[in-house]
Design a protein around this ligand. Structure first.
Ligand code: AMP
Ligand code: ZN
Length: 492
């Protein structure tokens, strides 16, 4: 018997707005598609949060014994700078600015993406397809949509006819919008616009002579619209209907709405059974985004080289911080929140490190089996990791009481406790036991703080020889001190 046969998972389906019992299309198998990064810049921490939520979900399914095909694409063409489908391709623009081949841009940022995800201990997806590797499939879908009468060609570009589609289908059902309202709220089409209606979106765009990313098609040289790649790749690898489609909340409209329209127009059926949307990571209360400059890169957190945090934080600790919030809630990152989270993380790792050496007694003072099921219940309830972490801390409390001699545990319960703590902390939450590294980093942080204090005193006594010596010798060791309004911080 598989574990998944003993657990009932409920998922918040963005399409219905309800928590629904999850029943995969084919028993024991799950097909999951998650929109991947547009590889024109370094992945920021907000992007990582969304991918991490789906990594945790992938890990839980695998833990339960499901055979999961997890497809997470790489957007290496078609994503235009302006969401209104004007302007340059994001990758082509970067290539032009940096005088690189577009594929050099793609390679650079794909490698960065993989490096960062590895640091965060992500599992690789089953398939990681690229948009440029699926141009033929995208052209085939456009032909099909044209044939079914839901698209039209204008001057070498092909557009999806949203008004026509909405006559027989429901455009806007995912994001809860009505086409009439959208039409009422949009500006008139610019005179040079080829679209029949502003809501129409590009399936294929004609490449202007200066556009470097171009492919031949029945409509002339051009490139695919951004929404189309996900329809092409999800259909190819998961079928016309599959179990789960995920992405960040900001992709619901227009990206996912357009994916639904394309797939329904092409295949006549709804492509996805459960739509899942992860919420945003904010910094100073505002959405983290590269384009607004309100962002922090994971590498800047690991090294401490940033103007926001007082010290470096390890990847596993940042992962723990993210897991303390439910994936559908907004999470704000701040120095205080990370510091508080680090205390909890160290406490958890310390307790796990000490379970093996707990004394074994004749009875157990808490019901380990019930506690184990409560961990599953938390995950079954729409992957509620904050509740799961609270359950893990219930166990930490007992571990510490047993250590002190105030409670006891039998040998078999101890085995069960070790296994369950391991499964949920490492396999499912994806944390890593960098306990010794953390303890070291805590010690290092204490020593550096002490030196910062001594340097401050030296400066106050006008003993600049000593204060400079402390700063310079720390710099030689690769520890940079930064003096700011709030005091002195350091980075590695
Ligand atoms: P992009 O590379 O812009 O296509 O984004 C990759 C993924 O990151 C998408 O699923 C976005 O929804 C998600 N994303 C972008 N910004 C944030 C943020 N601040 N917090 C969480 N997820 C985000
Ligand atoms: Zn997508």
């Amino acid at each position: 018997m598989h574990l998944y046969q003993q657990q009932t998972i409920k998922i918040h389906n963005s399409l219905t707005g309800k928590k629904e019992v999850f029943v995969p299309l084919n028993e024991g198998h799950i097909g999951m598609y998650v929109c991947g990064p547009t590889v024109y810049s370094n992945v920021h921490l907000g992007n990582c949060r969304t991918f991490m939520s789906f990594d945790m979900i992938f890990r839980y399914f695998k833990h339960l014994g499901y055979n999961v095909r997890y497809v997470r694409n790489i957007t290496d063409a078609g994503h235009l700078v302006d969401d209104a489908e004007e302007g340059e391709d994001k990758i082509a623009k970067k290539a032009r600015l940096e005088q690189l081949e577009p594929m050099e841009v793609v390679q650079r940022y794909t490698v960065d993406f993989h490096n960062i995800l590895e640091k965060f201990n992500f599992l690789p997806p089953s398939i990681e397809p690229t948009a440029t590797g699926h141009i033929i499939e995208q052209i085939e879908i456009i032909k099909e949509i044209l044939e079914k009468g839901f698209a039209y060609e204008r001057n070498g570009s092909v557009y999806f006819d949203v008004v026509k589609f909405n006559e027989s289908h429901e455009y806007g059902k995912l994001s809860g919008r009505k086409l009439e309202d959208m039409i009422a709220n949009t500006r008139e089409l610019a005179a040079q616009d080829d679209k029949k209606s502003p809501q129409d979106f590009a399936l294929w765009k004609k490449a202007e002579p200066q556009h470097i990313m171009r492919w031949p098609s029945p409509w002339g040289d051009g490139f695919p619209g951004w929404h189309l790649e996900c329809t092409a790749m999800s259909t190819k690898y998961l079928g016309e209907t599959f179990d789960i489609h995920g992405g960040g909340m900001d992709l619901k409209f227009p990206h996912h709405e357009c994916e639904i329209a394309q797939a329904e127009a092409c295949n006549g059926q709804s492509p996805v059974r459960y739509w899942m949307h992860a919420n945003m990571l904010t910094l100073n209360g505002k959405k983290m985004a590269k384009s607004t400059g309100n962002s922090i890169l994971p590498g800047e957190i690991f090294s401490g080289e940033n103007n926001i945090l007082s010290k470096p934080f390890s990847p596993s600790m940042v992962r723990f911080f993210m897991m303390q919030a439910h994936y559908t809630s907004i999470l704000d990152i701040s120095n205080d929140a990370l510091l508080a989270s680090e205390k909890g993380f160290n406490k958890l790792m310390e307790a796990i490190g000490s379970i093996k050496s707990l004394p074994e007694g004749k009875a157990t003072d808490f019901n380990v089996k019930e506690w184990k099921q409560s961990c599953y219940d938390a995950m079954n309830d729409d992957f509620n990791t904050p509740i799961l972490i609270a359950k893990l801390f219930d166990a930490v409390k007992h571990i510490n009481l047993i250590k002190e001699g105030s409670e006891t545990i039998t040998a078999s319960d101890k085995e069960l406790l070790i296994q369950t703590m391991h499964d949920f902390t490492f396999d499912i939450l994806g944390l890593e036991n960098k306990q010794s590294a953390n303890v070291d980093s805590e010690k290092l942080s204490g020593v550096v703080e002490l030196l910062i204090e001594l340097r401050k005193e030296a400066r106050e006594n006008k003993d600049f020889a000593t204060s400079d010596k402390i700063r310079d010798q720390l710099a030689d060791l690769g520890i940079q001190l930064k003096d700011g309004k709030e005091g002195t911080t350091y980075s590695l």
